[in-house]
Design a protein around this ligand. Structure first.
Ligand code: GLN
Length: 206
């Protein structure tokens, strides 16, 4: 069973923990560096990115999370988690930092105050034929994505709402609140492939 963490400083930690444990993962709520060191993957939940940023600094978690990302730890971020994975953000609060890792520019609260939240069905080929029912809550948008960033999901007008780069996955919406588990499956597949790449297969030793 993969041991995966949910960054548990603020946000919808429980919803992610439930999806992951339903998929057979050993879930660790990560608040301290030692807890982070024990996991093979990390989910950064939805919530408020500026609060998670501040708490991560207060708890001494900022540098450990950055080092883990740089070291190839699989990470899946939803909404606030997507903001925290972005190398660049616009409309952050003053002094707001991100962990970074994704070569994207993300705009916070990109849908403005008239449209605080909305739901839509998205075609996401990497997750199969069945569309994903996506819930957006004061959601961010990917405004710019570097050449190495795979666009996993776009709105009808082309705006990017889910991406992948290396072992990092991010969505502007919240699959964890609708019973949608395919993003978490994709994340756990990444965790397993990183694990098998690091551990030499027994039958290849010949
Ligand atoms: N607007 C929030 C932020 O800036 C994100 C909202 C969410 O995670 N649902 O972090």
């Amino acid at each position: 069973r993969p041991a995966v963490g949910v960054l548990a400083l603020q946000g919808d930690v429980r919803e992610h923990a439930r999806v992951l444990s339903d998929l057979g993962a050993d879930v660790v709520l990560v608040r301290r560096p030692a807890e982070l060191a024990a996991v093979e993957g990390l989910v950064i939940p939805g919530g408020e990115s500026s609060v998670i940023d501040k708490l991560s600094r207060a708890f001494g978690m900022r540098e450990p999370v950055r080092a883990a990302i740089a070291g190839g730890l699989p990470v899946y971020g939803t909404c606030a988690g997507m903001i925290l994975l972005a190398d660049r953000i616009t409309d952050g609060i003053e002094g707001q930092l991100t962990f970074g890792g994704l070569d994207v520019t993300v705009r916070r609260n990109a849908f403005g105050s008239q449209v605080d939240s909305f739901e839509t069905d998205l075609a996401i080929p990497v997750l199969g034929d069945e569309p994903v029912h996506a819930v957006f809550i004061r959601a961010p948008l990917v405004e710019e994505a570097g050449a190495g960033v795979e666009r996993l999901a776009q709105l009808d007008d082309g705006r990017i709402v889910a991406v992948r780069q290396g072992n990092l996955i991010a969505s502007a919406f919240h699959p964890e609140v609708t019973g949608e588990d395919r993003f978490h499956r994709l994340f756990l597949d990444t965790v397993r492939s990183v694990r098998s790449a690091r551990r030499p297969a027994v039958d290849s030793v010949a």
